[in-house]
Design a protein around this ligand. Structure first.
Ligand code: GLU
Length: 445
């Protein structure tokens, strides 16, 4: 490891001693940059690694709200603006009990390079809260969102920071946040939040974008080996927005989804997952995935088990960080898996990635494969700015083209540095170079 790289990572660890996820995300990117450091001395001369790994701003705030029993509840809110080199901070908000600064920082850091890869002029940010929407009434979620926005509204704006959804934050939450923003500022929330319902200025195909985009990326990847998703057995972890639309697109392209999951376990369906049931359970009833096996003859629920133990040719981790560990990668390989495409953010551990790559499995990192969601968020911003509403097909065509471009960029840099099929390397380098150039061009600040 070069001494500059070593120093940068050491400083990062000293400065953020208990932030393991953040360190994992930075280490993966920095290690990819090794061959560039000799070739481009300006990276060190301009302290790009130091600047790129320290957030421009980190906002933490108290969120106080009243539950249905009349009790006062206190949560913590976060918004990290990591880099505005390429545009306003852009990235989702996660409402989940596991949320802490480490989680938001790793997500915001990943977002910088993901957003850079889209080529759409958006910086990187992320936010959220340790609020748990599970089991909360609509009224409780609304009051929480209103309290959250009562502080956040000071910091967002179409040219400064444009939040959206992530785990636990969908169109319902964005609607409540937009309502409170409007109430406080007397300004329409156009351009300030994305992932809005279509009736509030949201974009068609935004809901589908992350999942569809991951599958478009998978199709591009498989095509490099003269292969496709047709007839492939797939497993998809999760059953949220990303997982559901990932599974839908797999089926549309002729693949068969054998298993899906949630935090309680997974379901396996030898006839292929019926997505109408999953959508009804998750989007309408907000029920557990175990209920699927009661509604579908021949399927089976496996409590606290992951989807990686079922035979498949293609796997799509679409749930959460570090959900696919070394033993899972071993199980996938034993069962004949040929490709892993990350729909979630950093779902595969570094050890699992290393093993998959060593065995010749195609591996697509989230910052490339799941960039479709934020890309369509940027298309939503474009539509809002022009007071236009594009058709589903218009947005979907652009999404397809963006995913193909990202794929090409990854392949270009992987080949350039003789790292054939190394999409982690390709994505990190392609994403980094644009940001580094912008940071340098602005001068020192
Ligand atoms: N949370 C999503 C992501 O991880 C989407 C962000 C956005 O639409 O701004 O990229």
């Amino acid at each position: 490891m070069s001494s500059y790289l070593h120093r940068s990572l050491e400083t990062l660890t000293d400065r953020n001693p208990s932030q393991a996820l953040f360190k994992q995300a930075v280490t993966e990117v920095f290690e990819s940059l090794e061959p560039l450091l000799h070739e481009i001395p300006e990276i060190e001369a301009n302290a790009i690694l130091e600047r790129i790994s320290e957030p421009e701003r980190q906002i933490m705030f108290r969120v106080t709200w009243v539950d249905d029993q009349g009790c006062i509840q206190v949560n913590r809110g976060y918004r990290v603006g990591f880099s505005s080199a390429l545009g306003p901070y852009k990235g989702g908000m996660r409402f989940h009990p596991s949320v802490e600064l480490d989680v938001i920082k790793f997500l915001a850091f990943e977002q910088i390079f993901k957003n850079s890869l889209t080529g759409l002029g958006i910086g990187g940010g992320k936010g959220g809260s340790d609020f748990d929407p599970k089991g909360k009434s609509d009224g409780e979620v609304m009051r929480f969102c209103q309290a959250f926005m009562s502080e956040l509204y000071h910091f967002v704006g179409e040219d400064t920071d444009v939040p959206a959804g992530d785990i636990g934050v969908g169109a319902r939450e964005i609607g409540y946040l937009a309502g409170q923003y409007k109430r406080l500022t007397k300004r329409f929330a156009h351009g300030v939040l994305t992932g809005k319902q279509v009736g509030l200025g949201g974009s068609l195909a935004r809901k589908e974008a992350t999942g569809y985009g991951a599958v478009y990326f998978a199709a591009e990847m498989l095509a490099t080996r003269q292969d496709s998703l047709k007839g492939k057995h797939c497993v998809v972890s999760g059953s949220g927005n990303v997982a559901i639309y990932c599974a839908r697109k797999i089926q549309e392209l002729g693949g068969k989804v054998m298993a899906m999951s949630d935090s309680t376990g997974c379901v396996h369906d030898p006839a292929g997952i019926d997505l109408d049931i999953v959508t009804a359970l998750k989007e309408v009833e907000r029920a557990r995935i175990s209920e699927y096996s009661n509604r579908r003859h021949g399927s089976k629920f496996f409590e606290q088990q992951k989807v990686w133990n079922f035979p498949c040719e293609v796997a799509f981790p679409c749930a959460t960080q570090n959900e696919l560990a070394l033993e899972d990668a071993k199980a996938l390989l034993e069962n004949g898996c040929q490709a892993v495409i990350e729909g979630a953010n950093m779902p595969t551990t570094p050890e699992a990635i290393a093993l998959l790559r060593e065995k010749g499995t195609l591996f697509a990192p989230g910052k490339a494969a799941n960039a479709g969601g934020v890309a369509v968020s940027a298309l939503e911003m474009q539509q809002n700015a022009a007071l236009q509403n594009w058709s589903f097909a218009q947005v979907d065509d652009r999404l397809k083209a963006i995913m193909a471009n990202i794929h090409n960029d990854c392949v270009f840099y992987a080949n350039k540095y003789r790292r054939t099929e190394d999409y982690v390397f390709g994505a990190n380098v392609a994403g980094f170079l644009k940001v580094a150039e912008a940071v340098k061009s602005y001068g020192v600040f």
